[in-house]
Design a protein around this ligand. Structure first.
Ligand SMILES: Cc1cc2nc3c(=O)[nH]c(=O)nc-3n(C[C@H](O)[C@H](O)[C@H](O)COP(=O)(O)OP(=O)(O)OC[C@H]3O[C@@H](n4cnc5c(N)ncnc54)[C@H](O)[C@@H]3O)c2cc1C
Length: 466
């Protein structure tokens, strides 16, 4: 069994109580005495059955920014941490089954050891739990895939009643359970499809914004995984184009002990001056003139860029998790040109505001009912603000994030539910075709709202302000 360390959880004194906060330390989740860590499914079941009206939220690695997993408002409610319900359950020829509390990093490492991978691109980091990552629709990039949810074959789920059911792709409710925001039941076990491991080459290049704007969709159609960082204040873009490596590159990778292989083409220093300026602004904004925080590394890595060969996890899932307010809006791919224009105008009107580039990641259609990519190709547009060591952020950040969302929402933009989102801006029932079906299923499975909290109640009643 793999048990997560609790290093990601921050605990602080608040109102005479010791309080568990979300990973970025911005939202209280529960008083420590409300946190339970069941060691078996029977113990978890008792949390549900011994007090049939008690509310309960589930928690993985607590990374979600909004209080989606908070029970702080209700001292009688429980916060159930599934860290002991983790580890591999079964391996099939083309599938694996894990308990939902397993960290993604563990899943990825064990798959690679079996020379397998998921048919879904990983996100930037792998410290999320499988259950938490699925429940908010965690994704990477690539139009030929969508999100981790779309690699799922079946789920074992404990309902609010304590009953355990299996939901597979033949179940018409599958698309709801696979990304349920922790509202339909507790994910216990997840069976994922696997495919043979593929060694890839990551080509890195720097371009200007107009070139990216013209080539954005063709590039995403031509290459397996495309990730772009748009430094809107300089008009530069840094791109990663990831495709299967050649036989010769694969052989060299294996000769390198299966460690990421830097290709001996000349390093690209064209981003270096921009990176230095960005680091200086970030230092001022996060009150860290010594550049000690980990967030600096997320920009420093754009210096002296070199092409790499490795597996998808070595290439794409090596982000540096640093406390932040992050926000990501999925815009229909066909409206990306309008999004480029809106963001460009916003940048011109607000010079000197951003301290991290816009991150662009395209994904194909998803089967998850609540996914912003449900039934459509999207481009995820990410923007973030790093926090200072004392947990504060540079003044006006949330207003700017609100403004960026206000610009993107009318394009059909829908936010990531595990990141920051402004609930007043979105008409989810209009944007997500299965939203009302999800609401009805939630009502049917959890009529007493045992898996609810005030933030979720607001989410499910959200209507944009006129
Ligand atoms: C630094 C950073 C980088 C990130 N990178 C990416 C990225 O590249 N791509 C991306 O898409 N997202 C990304 N995210 C968002 C992140 O993947 C989501 O917030 C994810 O939900 C976090 O997983 P977690 O285990 O921390 O879940 P938590 O935040 O603890 O919980 C998330 C939700 O899942 C529910 N839940 C947890 N476990 C279960 C369970 N077993 N059964 C049912 N419900 C459950 C909780 O109740 C809650 O509603 C990033 C976030 C951060 C902070």
């Amino acid at each position: 069994m793999t048990v997560r360390f609790q290093a990601f959880h921050s605990i602080r004194s608040l109102d005479d109580s010791q309080v568990l906060l979300n990973w970025s330390g911005t939202n209280p989740l529960a008083r420590v005495e409300q946190v339970v860590r069941p060691r078996s499914e029977q113990e978890l079941q008792r949390c549900l059955t011994e007090a049939p009206t008690r509310r309960l939220r589930l928690v993985g690695s607590t990374l979600s920014f909004e209080p989606i997993h908070s029970v702080f408002d209700d001292p009688d409610a429980l916060l159930v941490d599934l860290c002991y319900l983790s580890g591999q359950v079964a391996v099939g020829e083309r599938s694996v089954t894990y308990r939902a509390g397993t960290p993604l990093d563990t899943v990825y490492a064990e798959l690679v050891a079996m020379n397998r991978m998921l048919p879904a691109s990983p996100g930037v980091i792998g410290i999320q739990t499988l259950g938490g990552a699925l429940s908010t629709g965690t994704h990477g990039q690539g139009l030929a895939q969508s999100s981790l949810c779309d690699a799922v074959l079946a789920l074992r789920v404990m309902l609010a009643s304590g009953e355990i059911i299996t939901v597979d792709r033949s179940d018409e409710r599958f698309g709801a359970f696979v990304m349920g925001l922790g509202c339909l039941g507790v994910l216990l076990e997840v069976t994922l499809a696997t495919v043979p491991n593929r060694i890839m080459r990551c080509r890195k290049l720097t371009t200007d914004a107009q070139w990216l704007r013209d080539q954005h969709e063709p590039l995403n159609r031509q290459h397996a995984f495309v990730k772009s960082w748009w430094f809107a204040w300089t008009g530069e873009c840094h791109l990663w184009l990831v495709d299967p490596a050649s036989d010769e590159e694969v052989a060299r990778y294996h000769a390198n002990g299966d460690q990421p292989l830097t290709l001996s083409v000349a390093a690209d220093a064209s981003m270096n001056a921009t990176v230095d300026q960005t680091l200086a602004k970030m230092a001022r904004d996060t009150k860290d003139e010594a550049h000690a925080g980990e967030h600096f590394e997320t920009v420093r890595r754009f210096k002296d860029a070199s092409d790499l060969v490795g597996n998808v996890y070595q290439l794409l899932c090596k982000g540096i998790p640093a406390p932040q307010i992050n926000c990501e809006i999925a815009v229909p791919l066909e409206r990306m040109d309008e999004a480029f224009a809106l963001l460009d105008s916003w940048q011109q009107a607000n010079p000197g505001v951003l301290h991290y580039p816009f991150i662009l990641r395209c994904c194909g259609p998803s089967n998850a009912w609540l996914s912003p990519a449900y039934g459509r190709e999207v481009c995820w547009i990410g923007f973030l603000v790093y926090l200072a060591a004392d947990g504060t952020f540079v003044g006006g950040s949330l207003d700017q994030m609100h403004e960026l969302q206000r610009l993107l929402a009318p394009l059909g933009g829908v936010p990531h539910f595990g990141k920051h989102l402004a609930l007043d801006l979105y008409d989810f029932a209009r944007q997500l075709p299965r939203w009302n079906d999800f609401v009805a299923l939630r009502q049917q499975l959890d009529p007493a709202g045992r898996f609810s909290n005030p933030w979720l109640e607001t989410l499910f009643s959200a209507k944009p302000e006129a």
